[in-house]
Design a protein around this ligand. Structure first.
Ligand code: HEC
Length: 493
């Protein structure tokens, strides 16, 4: 080793590595050991004006709660991160290592010493403006919205015109809560039908919406929860905002004991070039939910087959308060199981989109499966009803839902209609495999499906068998293509 500086650096590093792995009896101190962990993993939410109820910046902030911090990090309640490790790899994962957890525990057990002031790291600095840089367009709630000091949480949908005079391609989406003390999470929907505007009876004041905006959305721009980083799409990918669309901003407000106001904003950066890849949502879901009062283990399943090759880029699991365990898997045609997400302690308050660290390739014929388990017993602390009530599918807090929205990309934007038609055809074929459930579907829809069944159920056993399936799918795709062609030939209004 000829370079003396390098030599001593290597020695120092070796020393550090040794101290880290060897059994040291030195008690961790705030300044040397704990502050770096808190600054890195906690302070972005635990600081004045943010959603967490207290700051974790100074020694005093942390020392007076040392035992609570030790317990809550040990239980992995904080930092909030719901995805089971090893079950899907995500961007911006918020998890402490076992080492960090035991450092905090040892520090708390030894009376939470402050340590040498010289070893104290500089407190973190936070971006005051837009984290992703100045946006091309800022979309703000048209009026401030007032919430009272106390009361139940509110779920409100605000309809904001986006004023796009032609289709626009969004690369970066950054949501900024107007009042971080009360904004618990937000989901950004798009509506090109004009239906959302009609629901907002007092313009700018929003309308009540728990489960979703209560309309057929035309798109989505992701979600936000405290600690979320702004999302920038990978090369070739962009969300399209159709000309004339409205933003439907669903916000969950958690009241904080004082009357508050909020006027949240969204910053968008556009791409001049249209995307080269198709971007769409694959929706796995089941509306057949009827959970008996007291049932602590009610399982809802759904599955679907991908009609073409896709890459999954994000997953957004959604249910209300009773869901406990939510698992989404992909079964590839060659038999490989690809885990997409597993949440074992669902908390409605910490929902959002989980973006994959790298796109997950799912070939044509992949079967996506979801299995959600609900606890409608009195022992579930999240149960909104006491005593428990029978719970069915619906939009209200006291209803339930079972969805997994998987954002997928396709080789080209032109494939999106084909993908949607294929998804629908596969969905209908799966229904026919199970026989027509007249009660669940209603007479009109059941009647249509029975006509289809009669045409393709060659062996007349009342359902579609695996060897009859492809003919149904092909027929439905062809019919959808004809309908699209027909629509394209109609003169535009
Ligand atoms: C993404 C934002 C966020 C991050 C990151 C975060 N917290 Fe929290 N924390 C909250 C919120 C919000 C609450 C209030 C309770 C709730 O809404 O779940 C909270 C509550 C707490 C509580 C009180 C819990 C109770 O039962 O009253 C403790 C202690 C705590 N956090 C410690 C930490 C520590 C330690 C870290 C870092 C290792 C951390 N938090 C990281 C948002 C965050």
């Amino acid at each position: 080793m000829r370079n003396p500086i390098l030599f001593s650096l290597v020695l120092t590093l070796a020393g550090v590595a040794y101290a880290g792995t060897g059994k040291t009896t030195a008690t961790p101190t705030f300044n040397r050991d704990v502050a770096p962990i808190l600054y890195q993993n906690c302070s972005n939410c635990h600081r004045p004006g943010e959603v967490a109820p207290f700051a974790l910046l100074t020694y005093d902030d942390a020392a007076k709660r040392a035992k609570q911090i030790a317990a809550i990090t040990q239980a992995r309640v904080m930092p909030p991160w719901k995805a089971t490790p090893g079950y899907g790899e995500f961007l911006d994962e918020r998890r402490l290592t076992e080492q960090q957890i035991s450092t905090i525990r040892d520090w708390a057990m030894h009376g939470a010493p402050e340590g040498n002031p010289k070893e104290k790291p500089a407190p973190p600095t936070f971006t005051a403006g837009w984290m992703a840089g100045q946006p091309d367009q800022v979309i703000e709630m048209t009026n401030p919205y007032s919430v009272p000091a106390e009361g139940p949480d509110q779920f409100r949908c605000f309809v904001v015109p986006m004023n796009a005079t032609e289709d626009e391609y969004v690369k970066t989406v950054e949501f900024r809560p107007g009042n971080a003390k009360i904004v618990h999470h937000a989901i950004l929907f798009l509506d090109s039908s004009g239906e959302a505007r009609k629901k907002e009876t007092v313009p700018g004041q929003g309308y009540d919406c728990v489960g979703g905006p209560g309309l057929d959305i035309s798109g989505a721009l992701g979600g936000w929860a405290p600690g979320s980083e702004p999302a920038t799409a990978r090369p070739g990918i962009a969300s399209t905002i159709k000309k004339g669309s409205d933003l439907v901003l669903q916000i969950h407000y958690h009241l904080d004991g004082k009357p508050e106001q909020d006027q949240s904003r969204l910053g968008l950066k556009f791409s001049k070039e249209p995307p080269t890849k198709g971007l769409t949502l694959y929706v796995l879901g089941n509306q057949k939910i009827d959970i008996p009062a007291g049932d602590s283990h009610y399982v809802v399943k759904s599955s679907g087959i991908l009609p073409m090759d896709v890459e999954a880029i994000a997953v957004f699991p959604h249910a209300h308060y009773l869901a406990k365990d939510m698992k989404v898997d992909a079964h590839l045609p060659d038999g490989t199981l690809v885990p997409l997400i597993w949440i074992q302690d669902w908390d409605f308050n910490w929902q959002g989109a989980y973006r994959y660290a790298s796109p997950v390739k799912l070939p044509k014929g992949t079967r996506l499966e979801m299995q959600y388990t609900y606890d409608n017993s009195a022992a579930n602390p999240h149960n909104p009803s006491n005593p428990p009530q029978e719970v069915k599918f619906g939009e209200q807090t006291t209803n339930e839902m079972a969805f997994a929205f998987v954002s997928v990309t396709l080789d080209s934007p032109a494939q999106v209609p084909e993908f949607r038609a294929g998804t629908r055809a596969e969905f209908i074929a799966t229904m026919l495999e199970n026989g027509v459930d007249e009660e669940a579907l209603g007479p009109e829809r059941a009647g249509q499906l029975k006509l289809l069944l009669n045409a393709f159920d060659k062996n007349h056993n009342g359902k579609i068998d695996p060897e009859e399936r492809q003919a149904v799918v092909d027929f439905l795709i062809k019919r959808a293509q004809q309908q699209q062609q027909h629509a394209a030939e109609q003169p535009h209004q």
